[in-house]
Design a protein around this ligand. Structure first.
Ligand code: HEM
Length: 359
């Protein structure tokens, strides 16, 4: 054998021995529609759903009303579960719509009728479980919000055969202790709870203030950024007289009593403050906690990972990722509760104090 071919054969076998230790090369399955590919052929069933809801349900409206509603209902469905009491529901099981006549009537589900009206016609058209539809629509909704890291989607949930009882969904007027206890009972830690509440960065309220709808929880409700964690830690100067409401730092912004309490509870205050101006950590913690929430009560070993079907979320620009004090406010307006860790000093947005627009 010539010296060069000995060398080639040695190099090839060295390369192959490296390959044999690496992960096998996966072939993506071509879907029957002749257009799409998926890591698992079972996921092909999701492409027609994706296309329909993108075009007709979310109607390409971005990180706005429909996306926010789809995200909220995914939590209200999943949280109907207890690690100790089977009578509390079977988790992310679609019960909130399947038994909507009962569950949507619970006080904590005020406003969930909007999500039902949005999603029901599409659930009727597509042959996937209601439980899967709710969580799939929520994952798709997240991909509309700049700053979200790619969500996961596990496919194959079993639908509920009974409704979740009342009082599984936390209320904004409950104490942080009660809320954390309810979340823990469903299998979610205090850290998971704070992580999940990053969702309130792309959210607002229709039913807390009887005189206003679409009142955002932070000044950037279409961006999944850390402003929510900044603004919930600023002194409240605008009165919030309604049940479940606390005073907010900016005209036109609504602060939930529960967010205020969790921002200051010793069990969560430092986790809360740690998210301030820490986009990557916040987005990563949310990504993980959301994946956990989405399969509450389901047998994970029977689900298929169809995350590759989801579109990529838009990125947040560097300037959007920079947290700031709203115009006219600064570090002296911070009401911090994480003893021993100074609140980061942030730039103040230029201009005179403004009022936040409704969504
Ligand atoms: C843990 C305690 C929580 C409480 C007490 C709570 C409470 C609330 C309340 C009172 C509203 C306003 C409803 C209205 O008046 O329209 C709201 C909105 C919202 N919540 Fe939560 N929430 C919690 C956790 C979560 C979680 C874990 C998620 C998602 C993972 C979530 C997602 C949302 C979204 C997206 C909205 C905005 C809905 C819209 O604009 O249509 N929330 N929440």
């Amino acid at each position: 054998m010539a010296l060069t071919s000995i060398f080639v054969s040695f190099a090839l076998s060295a390369a192959l021995s490296g390959v044999s230790q690496a992960n096998p090369i996966r072939r993506r399955a071509a879907c029957p529609d002749g257009v799409n590919y998926a890591n698992n052929a079972a996921c092909c069933a999701l492409f027609p759903v994706l296309e329909d809801i993108q075009t007709n349900m979310f109607a390409d409206s971005g990180c706005a009303d429909a996306a926010h509603a789809a995200l909220r209902v995914s939590f209200h469905d999943a949280i109907g579960f207890s690690t100790s009491d089977p009578s509390q529901g079977t988790g992310a099981d679609g019960s909130i719509f399947i038994f909507g006549e009962q569950e949507i009537g619970y006080d904590a589900n005020l406003g969930i009728a909007d999500a039902f009206n949005l999603e029901a016609p599409f659930i009727a058209k597509h042959n996937i479980s209601v439980a899967d539809f709710i969580q799939f629509a929520a994952a798709v909704s997240l991909t509309k919000c700049p700053g979200v890291l790619p969500p996961t989607f596990m496919f194959g949930r079993v639908d509920a055969t009974a409704p979740a009882p009342d009082n599984t969904v936390p209320e904004p007027f409950q104490s942080s202790t009660d809320i954390l206890a309810r979340m823990a009972d469903a299998g979610l830690t205090a850290a998971d709870t704070v992580a999940l509440l990053a969702s309130h960065s792309i959210a607002g309220a229709d039913d807390i203030d009887p005189n206003a709808t679409g009142v955002p929880f932070d000044s950037t409700p279409s961006l999944f950024d850390t402003q929510f964690f900044v603004e919930t830690l600023l002194n409240g100067t605008v009165p919030g007289p309604n049940q479940g409401q606390a005073s907010s730092p900016i005209q036109g912004e609504l602060r939930l009593q529960s967010d205020f309490e969790l921002a200051h509870d010793p069990a969560t205050a430092c986790l809360w403050q740690a998210n301030v101006n820490n986009q990557q950590a916040m987005a990563q913690a949310f990504q993980q906690a959301f994946a956990k929430m989405q399969i509450i009560g389901q047998d994970a070993s029977t689900l298929v990972d169809c995350s590759d079907v989801l579109p990529a979320p838009p990125a947040l620009s560097a300037s959007q990722a920079q947290a700031f004090f709203p115009p006219g406010l600064n570090i002296s307006d911070v009401q911090g509760s994480c003893d021993g860790t100074p609140f980061p000093n942030l730039p103040t947005a230029p201009g005179a104090a403004v009022s936040v627009n409704s969504m």
